[in-house]
Write a protein that binds this ligand. Sequence first.
Ligand code: SF4
Ligand code: SF4
Length: 356
Amino acid sequence: MSRFRLTVVISQAQGKHPQRRALEEAIVTALFGDPRFEVSVIPHLYDLEADHPARLFLQSIRGDLVVLGWLYPRAIFWVLDRDGVRGLWGETRLKLPEPAETGESPAATSAESQNSNSELPPADKLRPPPPDRYIYCLDLRDAEQAEPFVAEIQRIYKEAAARAAQQQATKQPLLAVGLRIRPSQNDAGEANGQPDALAFSAEELLRPPNRRWYPVIDYSRCTNCLECLNFCLFGVYSVTADGLIYVNHQDECRKGCPACSRVCPEHAIIFPEYKSPAIAGANVGGIDGLKIDLSKLFGGADALKIAAAERDRELVAAGRQAVGMTVGIPKRQAHKPPAPKDELDKLLDQLDAAEL
Ligand code: SF4
Ligand code: SF4
């Protein structure tokens, strides 16, 4: 029986950043030559255009996948989803959680909430189910040294290998990894003795993309209310033939503007490069046992006014008329009750401290 191999992809930092590059290289060096891992390096995931070889490469991967990048894990997961790289949320344990008083595993609780099919949010019901494989996302900002990442990848390997062995035992083999990296552009590429159409050289994979800016929808939260579609006056959002909201014209979004994330009643819109962690995809809604009024992290009572002002600024910059609050301002859905003031203040302090 051939040995199970786990695909690990490192999404590089934008630009030249020696410390970040050093961490990326240290992780590659630690895993390189280890037969358990198939390791690849790609440019910054968020910037990949539809025809970038690295994106085609990601789409060709079958089986479980670990992706490390300079974004919040939730942002990595939903950028991948938007790029057609779908799977179930793989719970990671880079930051060890506090022991739960109930004795219930926090990993199991969180994985349940991400993957449960019984209570899919409305938008997710309109989408085909994800493939039966797990995608583990790690934020490279979470540690300065390679060791914690390597230890976590080794832990994930055991989990994924055990799952693969179980699937083999039940005659449902895990899909094989369907990619290869060519040593150079001159190598024609071969897989199992056959020419491999999806083989890319390292140079092709690392072709630097231009920087991009666009919203990403977290379909585990989205209710398909279409408020973002009504609010955006730049034609970024569309609906599919089945009526599902999606980000259609990504590059029509105005660089630096996060306006529609403040309008979304479910806080399902992520701008992975925005400076505020809540809008950039920090999992602030998933903090154990802490019920918070998420809207405060998106502008609070003034969120709609802030969003309208941000939209006006972009309309005027594009030579159009400002519209203020007269167009596409949604009627907010009822909010959950806010948390006690001291809990929320503590969280906001933590988020401010984490702001990059
Ligand atoms: S506003 Fe939010 S919840 Fe509503 S459709 Fe858009 S992303 Fe989904
Ligand atoms: S940030 Fe502005 S331009 Fe971009 S999608 Fe949202 S509303 Fe449209």
